[in-house]
Design a protein around this ligand. Structure first.
Ligand code: GLA
Length: 383
């Protein structure tokens, strides 16, 4: 966990709000997914990486069971009692839901007070909410003196989101945020949660392309699409769509009702692309990786139906820009961000041209972040 301006900010804001010094600073990165979209809840494969920006909390244990947290981004304080958790609204629910999930799993938690800031744009498909959940898990465990077990913390953070917030997300975001590895993406098998670090092809950077369009996940059709994938699973008589092989697309999948067919086709082909992408990256083959990203975008747009005019425009702008190997929408979709693999030497020209072409097409202003894969959530004792 390296220092940053955001870290210095939460430490000084802590002093202003609560007086004195924090005892811990926790950090959890955002994430971007390079390949494998809408495959995690179908027990398939994903290839995400942790970003080099995320959520930061400076905090200090309290003698009572209260959690008092100031959000610098929302400019507000929220608090709750660990012995009396009731559902409410807004950003604090991700913290409260994580406390609920940890307590349900038998952890004895203690109260704390803290200051939070997030560098991840909210609702942009870069997992600001999962970063807050995993940062909260690190905070609760540090304060309670309990060990950090990244995979089980990720599962509990996912439980917070599923059962407390009501978003039926898969495990990808929380897992890569908890377990990220510097300079590597993680190939995750979402059936058994085994993970293999995959190096970024040398001489390349990952560009995160924010369309500046936003859509709240809970309001979106995510839960509905997930339910339709489950219906396809039942009708095909398999444990999960992961068990459908590409060669079954002609026979079995064609028997599905018309509205389920393209969803199943996306998941099956996306799993195959994700495994090929991990192989291509491992041999440093950026050109093949890029082609797989382009194909993933077409599948998400035409079969899974989660792209948008803004996402299509930014992907097209990126694909035509200098140094680009490939580009696709990333995350749940419908708004937010795309991701591209770019030759590092051409990165400045790539950024300028993508922004220009996207603006010419949509009149919208993109933000482009060049990011290297970073490590997972961390905590340090300070003060
Ligand atoms: C969101 C969810 C993930 C995953 C992606 C789509 O980010 O939180 O679990 O399903 O969408 O790949």
């Amino acid at each position: 966990m390296s220092g940053s301006a955001a870290e210095a900010l939460v430490v000084s804001a802590f002093g202003e709000r609560f007086g004195g010094h924090p005892s811990f600073v926790v950090h959890a990165p955002g994430r971007v997914n390079l390949l494998g979209e809408h495959t995690d809840y179908n027990e398939g494969f994903v290839l995400p990486m942790a970003l080099d920006f995320g959520a930061w909390i400076a905090l200090r244990p309290r003698a009572d069971g209260r959690v008092v947290l100031r959000s610098l981004d929302f400019k507000e304080d929220q608090e709750f009692d660990l012995e009396d958790l009731t559902r409410g609204k807004g950003w604090i629910e991700y913290v409260k839901g994580t406390a609920w999930a940890l307590q349900e799993a038998g952890s004895r938690l203690r109260g704390w007070e803290g200051v939070l800031t997030g560098e991840v744009p909210i609702g942009a498909g870069l997992s600001s909410s999962a970063a807050l959940e995993v940062a909260s898990a690190r905070a609760f465990l540090a304060v309670a003196g309990l060990p950090w077990q990244p995979v089980s913390a990720a599962r509990l953070a996912q439980r917070a989101e599923n059962a407390w917030v009501g978003m039926q997300c898969g495990i990808m975001d929380q897992l890569v945020i908890a377990c990220g590895r510097e300079d590597h993406a993680l190939l995750i098998d979402c059936r058994d949660l085994s993970m293999r670090p995959i190096p970024l092809p040398r001489g390349n950077v990952v560009a995160v392309l924010d369309t500046s369009t936003r859509r709240a996940l809970v309001d979106s059709t995510y839960n509905e699409r997930r339910a339709r994938c489950e219906e396809a699973t039942r009708r095909l008589g398999v444990r999960a769509l992961r068990d459908v092989r590409p060669e079954d697309l002609q026979g079995k999948v064609e028997m599905l009702p018309a509205e389920l067919r393209p969803l199943a086709r996306h998941v099956v082909t996306e799993n195959a692309r994700t495994l090929s992408a991990a192989e291509a990256m491992t041999r440093g083959d950026a050109a093949t990786m890029g082609r797989l990203m382009d194909a993933s975008h077409r599948s998400l747009r035409d079969d899974f139906g989660v792209s948008s005019p803004a996402l299509d425009a930014i992907v097209a702008a990126a694909q035509a820009a200098p140094g680009c190997f490939g580009a696709r929408m990333t995350g749940a979709g419908l708004a937010g961000c795309a991701v591209a693999l770019v030759d590092e030497a051409a990165a400045p020209a790539f950024v300028a041209e993508t922004e220009r072409a996207y603006h010419a097409q949509t009149s919208l202003q993109a933000s482009v972040y060049l990011s290297r894969p970073s490590g997972g959530a961390g905590v340090k004792a300070v003060g």
